[in-house]
Design a protein around this ligand. Structure first.
Ligand SMILES: *[C@@H]1O[C@H](CO)[C@@H](O)[C@H](O)[C@H]1NC(C)=O
Ligand SMILES: *[C@@H]1O[C@H](CO)[C@@H](O)[C@H](O)[C@H]1NC(C)=O
Ligand SMILES: *[C@@H]1O[C@H](CO)[C@@H](O)[C@H](O)[C@H]1NC(C)=O
Ligand SMILES: *[C@@H]1O[C@H](CO)[C@@H](O)[C@H](O)[C@H]1NC(C)=O
Length: 403
């Protein structure tokens, strides 16, 4: 009898628990599957918007764990005032196994319209003008009127399976993007990055795995002149950064790209360091201090094979011995103290010219680095590499005590 009562009370308790976590969340870390879209579960710091995982203006900015067919596909920070995403974050696990879905309907996020709505993204209703997000209506005739079309942040071409590809077609993942930019350098950069991820981002299990964050900087004037349908901000700039553990090199590597949302012709979007990206983004966020990935890992831009592994192993014993140990520092209280100290030294110690020289020379050599392991470029890289790693080492060693 007691047993039955116990069961009954358990059932009663269960029924009193809040319903399954919603889709629009207070913190990305509230949903483990959502947290996993970020390197070490650490979300970007964008002062004024998102700091240490906390949204600064909860009425305006919403965190969306993008759910489609009952699976979390990626994460988006959405600006309900400008009606465009601030960023989408996802893991790249390989190129699509299917073709780009045809006749895929555009979707919206129901919980931006009402907290109790479905936690799954839903087909856009052509009739409705949504208060807190863009709808398909807003993009009516966007090309003849504004010269923009729907630009993905998480591109369909970076989604591994068909359902995840489909999930990228939510308008909460879309910004009005200048047509020639969308179909030109941005698309080409996405392809280039995809190839790089497949060669440089093989984890310990031999699988492709990279963390990607792609964002947009809104235009300052959200007026009739530059807003789509007088409602949807047309951003000034789009940026993307990836970070991954390179099992060959036993270290984290990262690259960033960005481009102005402007009409273009044959533009290239060269690879840059995270520090360079932060320099571009900082002026757009009060006080600067932008950070896309946690800073305490030694992140290099252009790793080469054997030659660069030496300085790395010496500089960072923790990550070098067993890559899994990198999970230890996951508790990131230091990230809060780091950004200010971290960003400035990185820019000063890594003269911006260094990464760019390697950038322009390397892309062709990096896909098969084994062929040119001892070229002069590699020696040059070591020379450039040592100060940076020394700095990282100092920060890692002493930051731990002071942070
Ligand atoms: C967009 O087009 C649809 C039909 O194609 C129409 O019903 C709707 O009113 C249009 N919306 C705007 C904002 O022009
Ligand atoms: C915003 O509008 C003002 C006045 O119309 C103009 O001077 C300024 O250049 C605009 N800024 C941007 C970023 O478009
Ligand atoms: C753009 O690049 C293509 C191929 O690289 C070339 O054929 C074309 O002339 C270029 N256009 C301009 C305007 O430079
Ligand atoms: C993509 O990579 C190729 C080969 O490295 C390069 O020539 C091209 O400029 C890159 N595209 C962009 C848009 O940067």
């Amino acid at each position: 009898m007691m047993g039955v009562l116990n069961h009954l009370s358990t059932l009663l308790l269960l029924s009193l628990l809040p319903p399954a976590l919603s889709h629009v969340v207070e913190k990305f870390s509230d949903v483990p599957q959502c947290k996993n879209f970020f390197m070490k579960g650490t979300t970007p710091n964008l002062p004024g918007i998102l700091v240490d995982g906390t949204v600064q203006n909860q009425n305006r900015y919403k965190l969306i764990c993008q759910k489609h067919k009952n699976i979390y596909r990626f994460a988006t920070l959405y600006d309900t005032t400008k009606r465009i995403p601030v960023f989408s974050a996802y893991t790249f696990t390989g190129p699509p196994t299917d073709c780009r879905p045809k006749h895929q309907p555009w979707m919206i996020e129901p919980q931006l319209n009402g907290e109790t709505n479905s936690p799954e993204m839903q087909k856009d209703s052509k009739e409705i003008e949504y208060q807190k997000q863009a709808g398909d209506n807003d993009y009516n005739n966007s090309i003849p009127i504004k010269g923009v079309n729907r630009g993905h942040l998480f591109p369909c071409s970076h989604a591994h399976d068909l359902d995840t590809q489909k999930s990228t077609f939510t308008l909460t993942n879309i910004v009005p993007q200048v047509v020639s930019f969308n179909g030109g350098s941005w698309r080409e950069m996405e392809e280039n990055v995809s190839i790089k991820l497949m060669t440089d981002c093989i984890n310990n299990n031999g699988n492709t795995e990279a963390y990607v964050v792609t964002g947009a900087v809104p235009s300052k004037n959200n007026t009739l002149k530059n807003a789509l349908n007088n409602r949807v901000n047309i951003p000034d700039l789009m940026w993307t950064a990836y970070c991954c553990y390179n099992n060959n090199l036993k270290q984290w590597v990262a690259q960033a790209h960005w481009g102005e949302n402007q009409k273009e012709d044959n533009k290239t979007l060269p690879s840059n360091t995270l520090a360079d990206l932060y320099d571009i983004l900082n002026p757009n966020y009060p006080g600067g201090g932008v950070q896309v990935f946690p800073e305490q890992y030694p992140i290099s831009l252009y790793p080469t094979t054997t030659t660069t592994t030496n300085p790395t192993t010496t500089t960072n014993p923790t990550t070098a011995t067993t890559p899994t140990t990198t999970t230890n520092p996951t508790t990131n209280p230091t990230t809060t103290t780091n950004p200010t100290t971290a960003t400035t030294p990185t820019t000063t110690t890594n003269p911006t010219t260094n990464p760019t020289t390697t950038t322009t020379t390397n892309p062709t050599t990096t896909p098969n680095p084994t062929t040119t392991p001892n070229s002069w470029k590699n020696y040059l890289e070591i020379i450039l590499f040592i100060p940076r790693n020394l700095y990282n080492y100092m920060r890692n060693s002493f930051g731990r005590f002071f942070g």
